[in-house]
Design a protein around this ligand. Structure first.
Ligand code: JCF
Length: 674
């Protein structure tokens, strides 16, 4: 066989793949092209031709896959083997120094070496390699479950489809960010403009839109890049690296792109110097960054420091000052949210800040407006930091016009006229209209139909607006009664889109319990809590029957969330809507309740006293606890039951005094079995 495989198609295909990947690496990773473009194109076309003539020779790691495969029907969900966490932020030198202090104290050392890198302003993803071949790539999603965007990631030119060099583990998951270089972003927008297509506001948006393209052929035309910041799931790497920085070197050697601006520095002074250096170079970098990231470099020390909730203790993102701009307040209006929360919003003269044009900024609540003393006509500093919604930072007092009235919170909901209520100890004012308020009803419907809830495509703001305003629907259950006729009367509703919407509504009948619970829009119940509730109770009836004590047995459900849920299901109107939805054919597969849910004695406190005829004290305690009850040592007003045996003493007297229920062993057994 010849070296270039010219005597057989399989050998030639393998040779071409290796050549093309070598040139890709030189061009996209090293920024040092090795051959003229025309020559590259010739090799590429030759490989495409061989694969077309011999389909059995095409491989998942072939560079030809980068031009985009079949359209993705939708994104499959991927459970992350290791959760994708977030980073805590430091917004000042003091906070960065405090991070260093915490690490030093945690490790009991004088000085720490840190690995530093730019904080990429992109989208976090994980790339899985099996035996060196790229097999799957997923977005961060909620940190536990992401979307499978493998086909789009295959089109990202600097992601190796096959690792190079040697010594990589059988299984490797690389974590990093997908982004768009600034120059590529400019060029893409030029192209969009020329084609009369919409331009992207900033590189991050362009990258996000491209990564989530359903057609990989389009994704392939978008100039995305990937940069790694670490590894998650790894089988043995030999020799095991002891430093984060050496792991990054290892990734680079396997062909994975890493930031050139990495550095290892000593102590807090080193961190500050790095921050200043990268801050000064920020505009000259080829990509947008929003800060820098510091990590304790020694991996064993990282492990010792561990994690706090969803972020590592050994790392922090030190953010650059948020981007701010001056503009004027044209009006202050209030918005009514899904739960009735009334939020004052400043309508602004359009201003470009943080990469987008901003026309609204939240004023959070009445106290905040007072505190900042924002008035109509004021010149204000607005801030848009990263993805955070724009806010008014402060007023420029010198520029206040002579007549600038103070803002007053309306006493009645501007949408439905119901009273606005604000509990003493809360910052948020709420419309008391509930689902009588069209604004709340609209938001509730939009939430119900949203992608992560019932996922009814095509039920957007404009449509919900009309459906509610024309009194066509009042509750989510009414959606399932809609017919073509009702829709035909709406503005801008073509027959085809009406049919599509009805089909989407019909499709949403088959859902999951977690989605359904989330869709109900119970206050304080987000997607994660909805999933926990579904897992714990297994069925909607079990959830609806649970009292606040039983609800608190669900991981992460505390008294406030439990009370919200119990209050929601105690409301007859809500139960009615749930029943109507079920009657309309909304369905899901129910599961068995988790072990912890068999807890008829949840929230009940017992005190044992005296000698029971058959059960030892230990055995009785175990039986009570297995059903969710608690056993306490002394009797108080909070005791629910005292179990008394022979020679019971003062505890029994106390129970009689307080009027606490007293059980003997057989009554206890009855209770345990009920
Ligand atoms: O942008 C980065 N350089 C970066 C982002 C680095 C990290 O170590 C990260 C990150 C986002 C999340 N680590 C996490 C957990």
């Amino acid at each position: 066989m010849t070296r270039d495989g010219s005597d057989n198609p399989a050998g030639r295909a393998a040779f071409l793949r290796a050549e093309i990947e070598r040139h890709n690496h030189a061009y996209y990773v090293l920024d040092a092209p090795t051959i003229p473009d025309a020559e590259y194109d010739r090799l590429f076309r030759e490989l495409q031709d061989i694969e077309a003539a011999h389909p059995e020779l095409s491989t998942p790691d072939s560079p030809t896959r980068r031009v985009g495969g079949a359209p993705l029907p939708e994104f499959r969900q991927v459970a992350h083997a290791v959760p994708m966490l977030s980073l805590n932020n430091a917004f000042s030198a003091e906070e960065a120094a405090a991070f260093d202090r915490r690490c030093r104290e945690g490790l009991g050392v004088e000085q720490i070496d840190y690995a530093c890198e730019p904080k990429f302003d992109g989208l976090a993803i994980g790339l899985r390699y099996e035996k060196g071949v790229f097999v799957q790539g997923a977005t961060r999603g909620d940190g536990f479950t992401g979307e499978d965007v493998t086909q789009n990631l295959r089109t990202v030119r600097n992601i190796p489809l096959r690792l190079t060099g040697s010594g990589y583990p059988d299984l490797l998951e690389v974590r990093g960010e997908v982004l768009m270089l600034r120059r590529d972003f400019e060029r893409l927008n030029e192209r969009q403009r020329a084609a009369g297509e919409k331009e992207f506001a900033n590189p991050r948006n362009a990258a996000a839109g491209s990564l989530r393209q359903l057609d990989p052929k389009i994704a392939a035309q978008r100039p995305l890049r990937f940069f790694a910041y670490g590894v998650a799931d790894v089988s043995t790497v030999a020799p095991a690296p002891s430093l984060h920085s050496s792991m990054m070197e290892r990734l680079a050697a396997w062909g994975i792109p890493v930031a050139a601006e990495r550095a290892v520095v000593q102590g807090a002074a080193g961190l500050m110097a790095y921050y200043e250096r990268i801050g000064a170079a920020r505009r000259t970098l080829s990509y947008d960054i929003d800060g820098v990231v510091y990590k304790v470099n020694r991996l064993a020390d990282q492990e010792r420091l561990g994690y706090v909730s969803r972020a590592p203790r050994f790392a922090i993102a030190h953010k650059f000052p948020a981007e701010e701009a001056l503009t004027t307040v044209e009006a202050i209006e209030v918005q009514v949210g899904r739960t009735g929360a009334i939020t004052p919003v400043a309508r602004l003269a359009p201003v470009f800040v943080g990469g987008v044009t901003v026309t609204n900024a939240t004023l959070h609540n009445e106290d905040e407006v007072r505190r900042k003393d924002v008035r109509i006509g004021d010149t204000v500093i607005v801030r848009r930091a990263g993805d955070v919604i724009p806010e008014v930072v402060s007023v420029v007092p010198e520029k206040r016009p002579i007549l600038a009235p103070e803002f007053v919170m309306p006493k009645k909901c501007p949408v439905c006229g119901s009273a606005v209520e604000k509990p003493e100890d809360e910052a948020i004012a709420r419309c008391s209209g509930g689902l009588f308020c069209p604004a709340q009803r609209k938001q509730a419907l939009l939430h119900f139909a949203s992608r992560r809830a019932m996922d009814i495509e095509g039920l957007g703001e404009k449509l919900v607006e009309q459906l509610v305003d024309n009194a066509v629907i009042k509750t989510p259950a009414d959606l399932y009664k809609l017919g073509v006729l009702a829709l035909a009367n709406l503005e801008r509703m073509a027959e085809k889109s009406a049919a599509n919407l009805l089909a989407a509504i019909d499709k949403s009948r088959h859902t999951t319990l977690a989605r359904f619970i989330y869709a109900l829009g119970i206050r304080n119940v987000g997607e994660a809590t909805a999933k926990d509730l579904a897992r714990h109770f297994g069925s909607l009836d079990a959830l609806m029957a649970a009292d606040a004590d039983q609800l608190q047995l669900v991981p992460d459900v505390g008294p406030v969330v439990a009370a919200s849920i119990a209050r929601f299901f105690a409301e007859p109107h809500n139960r009615e809507v749930v029943e109507q939805l079920r009657a309309a054919g909304v369905q899901w597969e129910e599961g068995a309740p988790s072990a912890a849910a068999h807890a008829p004695l949840a929230g009940k406190t017992f005190v044992l006293t005296g000698t029971l005829p058959t059960l030892t004290r230990e055995a009785a305690k175990e039986l009570i606890e297995a059903r969710g009850g608690k056993v306490a040592g002394s009797v108080s007003k909070k005791t629910h039951y005292v179990v008394a045996g022979a020679e019971a003493g003062s505890k029994l007297e106390k129970a009689q005094e307080l009027g606490v229920n007293i059980l003997d062993e057989s009554q206890l057994k009855e209770l345990l079995e009920s």
